[in-house]
Design a protein around this ligand. Sequence first.
Ligand code: P6P
Length: 335
Amino acid sequence: MHRPLGITVSRHILDSQRLHPEATGALSSLLAELIVAAKTISAEVNMAGLADILGMSGKTNIQGEDVQKLDEFANNTIKRRMARSGFLCVMTSEEEEDIIPAAEGYEGKYTLAFDPLDGSSNIDVNVNIGTIFSIHRRLTPSGQGSKEDLLQKGREQVAAGYIVYGSSTMLVYTTVEGVHGFTLDPSVGEFYLSHPDIRMPDRGKYYSTNEGNSCRWREPMRRYIDFLKEEDKESSRPRSARYIGSLVADFHRNLIAGGIFLYPGDRKSPEGKLRLLYEASPLAFIAEKAGGRAITDDGRSILDIEPTALHQRVPLIIGCRQDVDVAEEFFAGKR
Ligand code: P6P
């Protein structure tokens, strides 16, 4: 496959903006600001392992600046930069209980929901972590945004994406067209197009779930996972188990190589663990744009859920279309 070399993410965003003559460039500039924040976080994440060695693990580093916990650093990096971007009227973050207003006089026409550093418990063991973001158009006419502007269905998103910090730092995002992946060249500080037009395979070879929760699973989940472990060449079973415990990393592998991720409700947590606004919804938007599916364990499409609270949790089954279709039949009691 021809891979266009050297296309930066900024060029790619502007090229897709050109497809929409009515575009003012605000969304492109918003994404560009978000990408600056991502590069800043990436540099800090990659230094994290050195914190102890370089004596930066205390409250102040060698420059005498306060060293923040990485997720606190990531949260502050995004909210401070985006509050003054001029493109947002309100934000919500996994790290903050209430809404985050845009700076006075900098209110814009979009909203941002983000998980600044998902999987941060994995930092100390050098496992991939990620930033997830979701962008909607505001509903209120002007001025400071409100919770109402944030509580919108995933299907109404104008853009969604994530950055996965790992062996390399990758940005994956979608606007109205396809899903595209960019890899950071840290020596230049640029994201270059490395995965144009990502399409999820119709059926995957992996399944991702925390089997440690199986004692609390409801019957359909137990039966579906047992089904994936049976021998059946025709339907590429048994599937391989892959579970990193970082949603962005598990999702990214399934997006590229094919698979299904399940974090259903169980007897202890009926709504599961993952958050709708800044985890399930943006990843569902990406999955559907790449030909996959994302549903709850009672068959609702993630993108059609009407949010009622900023940090509401939702059961999540997301991945290759055929795999989610079969899982849906198990959860509906049809298999
Ligand atoms: P468990 C990380 O803490 C996270 O929020 C997601 O990134 C990940 O998919 C999930 O929780 C892992 O949860 O219960 O399997 O440890």
